[in-house]
Write a protein that binds this ligand. Structure first.
Ligand SMILES: Cc1cc2nc3c(=O)[nH]c(=O)nc-3n(C[C@H](O)[C@H](O)[C@H](O)COP(=O)(O)OP(=O)(O)OC[C@H]3O[C@@H](n4cnc5c(N)ncnc54)[C@H](O)[C@@H]3O)c2cc1C
Length: 283
């Protein structure tokens, strides 16, 4: 690994100040599980690494008047165990519990996961289906970025140099909404998803769909919302025909890449199968 300077500020203001001093050659580090691999492979070459781990306020997981706030430094393990996360949506806690192995879950963080922007990761998919909003701050101000505007391309986000991801905010779900996360793992249980699907559905007293969100992971260069599929469910009963049609539209929305976890054709077909399973569960 190339030599680099390492700094570990105690406060967020201090961190933002250091980052603003040299935003192009400084990289922030949270758990380090992805960044250190990239540095060892010489794929990124920061002159300075800014460790965030002393900034305790970024670790907070709390319920607010506006819903749920998940600090960027919260680990997947802490999020999976959090009662506040479970109360918001059990499927969200299950999503964090589905990340890799216990060793990774106790080290890697929510903010690192989102900023790394690997489309096969788990949390982005459920957070997209829950209409998550990312709060990012630089020395010059704060931005709210809806999650589907965060992911730009493979390993690329709309975060600007000099910005630190602070937290993700989730508004309360519509009354009676049901959510699920399905991770398709044909090889080993600790792998990244071949494809994954999150679905959030609410129906009125007569069983008509009033709210539908479907998000897919491993199905394109970014985690994506299947908006046509969502629209096809609006105002309909979630019967067999509606579910099959939505699953077909979700599969059609994918544009997967061939990799070790499957060919593009296989992943597209599996996106349809797992969307159908997810919708049957929440219906
Ligand atoms: C063996 C292995 C298996 C894995 N399996 C899975 C899996 O099954 N599912 C899954 O979802 N993920 C998986 N991951 C990824 C893991 O979840 C990490 O959460 C994540 O990619 C990085 O988190 P981190 O805190 O370690 O970030 P780091 O490695 O510290 O940082 C990653 C990137 O994010 C940036 N960054 C970090 N924090 C911030 C912040 N607050 N603001 C702005 N930028 C920031 C860094 O500069 C860097 O570019 C796996 C990782 C490994 C090593």
């Amino acid at each position: 690994m190339r030599p680099f300077d390492y700094v570990e500020p105690e406060t967020l203001d201090e961190a933002l100040e250091i980052l603003a001093g040299d935003p192009d050659d400084t990289l922030v580090m949270a758990g380090g599980t992805s960044l250190v691999i990239l540095m060892k492979q010489d794929l990124v070459r920061p002159e300075r690494v800014l460790g965030l781990r002393r900034i305790a306020e970024l670790r907070e997981i709390r319920t607010t008047d506006a819903g749920l706030s998940l600090g960027a430094l919260a680990t997947h393990g802490a999020l999976a165990r959090s009662q506040a996360v479970r109360d918001h949506a059990a499927a969200l806690a299950a999503t964090f519990a589905a990340v890799a192995t216990v060793r990774i879950r106790e080290q890697a963080t929510l903010g690192g996961n989102l900023a790394h922007a690997d489309p096969a990761q788990d949390p982005p998919v459920t957070l997209l289906a829950l209409d998550g909003v990312v709060i990012a701050r630089s020395r010059f101000g704060e931005r709210r970025i809806p999650l589907d505007a965060l992911f730009v391309d493979l390993f690329e986000t709309s975060l600007e140099p000099g910005e630190i991801l602070l937290r993700v905010e989730l508004a309360p779900l519509p009354a009676g909404a049901r959510a699920t996360y399905k991770k398709f793992l044909p090889a080993t249980l600790d792998d990244y998803a071949t494809v994954s699907v999150a679905a959030v559905i609410a129906t009125d007293a007569s069983g008509v769909c009033t709210h539908a969100r479907i998000a897919l992971g491993g199905a394109a260069t970014v985690p994506l919302r299947a908006r046509e599929a969502e629209r096809s469910l609006a105002g309909r009963r979630l019967d067999d025909a509606a579910i099959r049609e939505a699953a077909a539209l979700a599969a059609a929305a994918t544009d997967p890449i061939d990799d070790l976890r499957g060919s593009a054709d296989y992943k597209r077909a599996m996106a349809g199968v797992w969307t159908e399973r997810a919708l049957r569960e929440v219906a």
